[in-house]
Design a protein around this ligand. Structure first.
Ligand code: 5AD
Ligand code: SF4
Length: 444
């Protein structure tokens, strides 16, 4: 067992987990390959958040089944949330799978892969203490390092499978995280993104999330700090003050709303009312003027009436989010809402989703148009995907800005004037140089 092909689905947490897996595999003398055809083992890091995510993985497994027909020794494994969610069922029902490993089993990955070459193997024990804090991830290219500060979730929103697939919430010690940040900076990363299912409920027993932001702000060589996703109920004054006062913490936050109707929020067990959420937005905007806000919305939750939906649509127009991830409700086995009768037809969900997409696109477009003429500072990431003659970077507000290649290296900050926009992208140009000062300098 030498070469492993690793493919990642789902959220940033999974991307970070794949980097941990890559680190574990390489430490055991295995190498990662770019192409499944070259691999001795194929590992899919899967997602279970919506049914569609699982269907994509099942489709991909079908492709690997064909590959395996020609190479019977090939080991195929499923890791991550879908593996944990379906457990042995996945092993029993898929002719192609040799290994099923949940989010707390990655430490043993090399050994599990070797065993799976002989017989089907499942490692789906959740572990209240596993944080992988001592493992060195193999980070991907780029200027941004993902750092998991907390694993699991204790919130149990009634629609969500995550508490069942990732287990109970646990935080890594602040000292361990600061060390990880330092190492990332030493390897050339300039921005860190702290990850957690409810990242602002971080607590290591002695320090909270505000302490973590403040300690990270002091790391030399680091330029920017972001985090995702916070829970509105955990957005304490301490966290908001730390955001406002720490120079490196960027003025941007993703604040999942899910619905703007109190009866729906209550049925979702979100633990806040619309008024409480609105207060969080007000406090954030007062402390950090101009802060960019984005959100997650679910349409078609059981019981969501036409009025409930209109409330969400109008609230989104009031807040004017910079961007939003919009989802159709997908019933997930194991969750509380799984047993509830669905009241919104697939067609109505589709209509509600399309309306919110159109509305959000208009708002994002207007916000971006309003930025034309302003100055932004971007952290340069590299060449633009669509045009090799252009570079791109992110602004402080996490907007993608594309500009003509002027030789600025990745990882450097560059000030630009915004000269054009679409709902997804800003276009920047070099700032016109100001005239030289009209002062004659005479030497004594
Ligand atoms: N159906 C649809 N969307 C969901 N999300 C979580 N569970 C479900 C589900 N069962 C969405 C929420 C969450 C985001 C990560 O995914 O909006 O914030
Ligand atoms: Fe799921 Fe709610 Fe936890 Fe987010 S806070 S991971 S939506 S249970």
């Amino acid at each position: 067992m030498k070469r492993v092909f690793l493919e990642t689905y789902g959220c940033q947490m999974n991307v970070a987990d794949s980097e941990t897996m890559a680190g574990v595999l390489e430490a055991a003398g295995m190498t990662l390959t770019e192409r499944p055809e070259d691999a001795d083992a194929i590992l899919l890091n899967t997602c279970a958040i919506r049914e569609h995510a699982e269907q994509r993985v099942l489709g991909r497994l079908g492709e690997f089944a064909r590959l395996k027909r020609h190479r019977p020794g090939l080991v195929v494994g499923a890791a991550g949330c879908m593996a944990q969610h379906l457990r042995k069922r996945l092993l029993d029902h898929s002719a192609v799978l040799d290994l099923v490993v949940g989010p707390d089993g990655y430490r043993d990955l090399p050994e599990l892969l070797r065993r799976a070459a002989g017989e089907p193997v499942a490692h789906v024990r959740l572990d209240r203490d596993e944080t992988y804090g001592d493992l060195e991830p193999r980070r991907g290219p780029g200027v941004r390092a993902w750092i998991t500060v907390q694993r699991g979730c204790d919130k149990f929103c009634t629609y969500c499978v995550v508490p069942y697939t990732r287990g109970r919430e646990r935080s890594l010690p602040l000292e361990t995280l600061i060390e990880q940040v330092r190492r990332a900076v030493a390897s050339g990363y300039r921005e860190v993104v702290f990850l957690g299912q409810t990242v602002n409920s971080y607590h290591d027993g002695a320090h909270d999330f505000a302490d973590l932001l403040r300690a990270t702000d002091g790391v030399e060589g680091l330029l920017r700090i972001r985090y995702t996703s916070p829970h509105p109920s955990d957005m304490s004054d301490r966290v908001i003050a730390a955001m406002a006062e720490c120079e490196k913490v960027m003025p941007q936050v993703h604040l999942p709303l899910q619905s703007a109707s109190d009866p729906v929020l209550s049925a979702m067990d979100r633990t806040y009312t619309l008024e409480e959420y609105t207060n969080v937005v007000r406090r954030l905007r007062a402390a950090i003027p101009g802060i960019a806000l984005s959100t997650d919305i679910i349409v078609g939750f059981p019981g969501e009436s036409a009025e409930d939906f209109e409330r969400t649509a109008s609230f989104m127009r009031e807040v004017r989010y910079d961007s939003a991830f919009l989802f159709k409700y997908s019933a997930r086995p194991d969750t509380k809402a799984w047993r509830w009768t669905e009241t919104v037809t697939e067609e109505a969900k589709g209509e509600r989703l399309t309306r919110l997409i159109d509305q959000q696109q208009r708002i994002s477009g207007e916000i971006h148009d309003g930025l034309v003429g302003s100055e932004v500072e971007v952290l340069v990431e590299g060449r633009a995907r669509r045009d090799a003659g252009q570079l791109f970077g992110k602004s402080a507000h996490f907007k993608t800005v594309v500009f003509a290649d002027d030789g600025t290296p990745p990882g450097a900050l560059r000030r630009l004037r915004v000269v054009g926009s679409t709902p997804l992208t800003l276009f920047g140009a070099s700032l016109a140089r100001s005239a030289p000062p009209l002062v004659r300098i005479t030497s004594a």
